[in-house]
Ligand binder design. Structure first.
Ligand code: AHR
Length: 497
């Protein structure tokens, strides 16, 4: 049995819990939109064609923001295709995903869906094939109340109230050679700056996200941020990070420690951003929008042939997550929370069907993947302030990241609502007995403890067995001092009050 210990102290405050940490992403990709959020013929479809079962699960997941409409898709997208009468909308080739885009869902439908789901829309702009003028048009269409051609068009299309979209991504992964309209850092930085400057002439209060690196493994990582921020520092609020992780070559130990790469990524981008600020003698700080993160078996996708016949909404990137994926995922979520001083927005990529916590059958059932649970629990119970927690834990050797602690954890603390500890045990060979020093919190007790685990680390949820992996009460709890047994390969939520 491994032994570990940590201390909870409300004095060790990192930052407030940011609701935007619990953002997700809906891209016109595979079945995320069509037969995901939208399926007019489905038995649960509402009057707008939105699946009520997916809306219910989105609310249960506790989503705050939703990034839209891409992703790689956005870099070839004409937003005007997605407005007006649906029967008159054009069908277009989507080069990013080798599919046909029917444009039955566009910005007005998406915002309507957001209102129903109770989430904030976050809009990405096409800076691949388009530029400043089209970005300004979309902004005017969405946010200007009325009295101009574009805002009156929105009203005529049924959206009397402005969409009021506050957060805008200036393109997507423009550092990636796979991106339509891929640019050098200088080319992109200039275009992003010009776009941001013009958008701020319309509304200085917009929150703008400039593209950072699409992974910390990119050859341009670091240099990209330096150049792009040199061009845009005073004009933007966030720089983006994207990262996906998968188990490679059966190396479960490294995979469970994926958050080590995320920690490195975040600290490097913070350093780049602060260095750019120092060079400009600016007092302003740029935050991170970690607006694509997840477990994604990208190598499987890269080894597959693209759809041959340009289908509409083909099943793409439909990873079926197992327990180990959920534990690696929980570790990533803990890392995002631990860095809440600078990571003030994040988007789990994606929401439905495409590398997603929610799966659907066309015309049929919807269910929760294993990764649904850490996200939903963290969104529900993280409240107040994030507390720094430094577990004293045995470590293990990984091929990718060297020595890594078995226990990775973060806590949040609210005057009302108590203190919640989120912890993963990455050990594959045994439980960890975790002692929790609660003396600084006064007379608190563990009031609820749940664990996500299974004897088979590769067990999954399916439509027929949707509850195989779900949080269950953990009764291996002692009081005075507080102690809990964390099973091997597990995600745990311990609530104290
Ligand atoms: O989320 C899937 C894809 O991953 C997105 O379209 C792209 O931005 C990233 O490479």
């Amino acid at each position: 049995m491994h032994q570990a210990k940590l201390t909870l102290d409300p004095a060790f405050k990192v930052a407030p819990v940011r609701r935007r940490t619990f953002g997700t992403f809906v891209e016109h990709l595979g079945r995320c939109v069509y037969t995901g959020i939208y399926e007019p013929g489905h038995p649960s479809a509402d009057e707008d064609g939105f699946r009520r079962d997916v809306l219910d699960l989105t609310r249960e997941l506790g989503v705050s923001t939703v990034r839209y409409p891409g992703g790689n898709f956005v870099s070839g997208y004409r937003w005007e295709d997605g407005i007006g009468p649906i029967s008159e909308r054009p069908r277009r080739l989507d080069l990013a995903w080798h599919s046909t885009e029917p444009n039955e869902v566009g910005v007005d439908e998406f915002v309507r869906w957001c209102r129903k789901a109770g989430v904030e829309p976050m809009m990405a702009l096409n800076l691949g094939t388009r530029g400043v003028a089209e970005a300004l048009d979309l902004l005017e269409y969405c946010n200007h109340p009325s009295g101009t051609t574009l805002s009156d068009l929105r009203v005529a299309n049924g959206a009397k109230e402005p969409h009021g979209i506050g957060m805008w991504c200036l393109g997507n992964e423009m550092d990636g050679p796979w991106q339509i309209g891929h640019k050098t850092a200088r080319e992109y930085g200039r275009l992003a700056a010009e776009t941001a400057r013009a958008m701020r002439m319309v509304d200085p209060a917009l929150e703008l996200v400039v593209c950072g690196s699409s992974s910390s493994h990119m050859p341009t990582f670091g240099a990209w941020e330096a150049t792009v921020l040199e061009e845009t520092y005073d004009l933007v609020d966030y720089v983006s990070c994207h990262a996906y992780y998968e188990e490679k070559d059966g190396d479960l130990g490294s995979f469970l420690a994926s958050s080590s790469n995320m920690e490195y990524f975040i600290s490097s981008v913070v350093a780049s951003a602060d260095a750019a600020g120092a060079r400009l003698k600016s007092r302003k700080k740029i935050d991170i929008s970690f607006d694509e993160w997840n477990v994604w078996y990208l190598s499987r996708f890269q080894n597959a042939e693209p759809p041959a016949d340009w289908p509409v909404a083909p099943p793409l990137l439909e990873d079926h997550y197992h327990l180990a994926d959920a534990v690696a995922f929980g570790g990533l979520l803990i890392t995002l929370l631990r860095n809440s001083d600078r990571v003030t927005a994040a988007s789990l990529a994606q929401l439905v069907n495409v590398i997603a916590p929610i799966m659907t059958e066309p015309g049929g059932r919807a269910w929760r993947q294993t990764t649904f649970h850490p996200f939903a629990q963290a969104s529900r119970y993280a409240a107040g302030d994030v507390l720094r927690v430094e577990p004293v834990s045995p470590s293990y050797e990984t091929k990718e990241y060297g020595e890594v602690p078995l226990v990775h954890a973060v806590a949040t603390h609210a005057q009302e609502g108590g203190t919640t500890l989120f912890a993963v045990n990455r050990s594959t060979d045994g439980p960890v007995s975790l002692e929790i020093d609660t003396r600084a919190l006064g007379g608190v007790r563990v009031v609820e403890a749940t664990t996500l685990t299974d004897s088979d680390v590769y067990a999954r949820n399916t439509a027929d067995d949707p509850g195989r992996i779900a949080p269950r009460p953990n009764t291996d709890v002692e009081h005075d001092p507080a102690r809990i047994l964390l099973p091997p390969v597990s995600w745990n939520v311990i609530r104290l009050a």
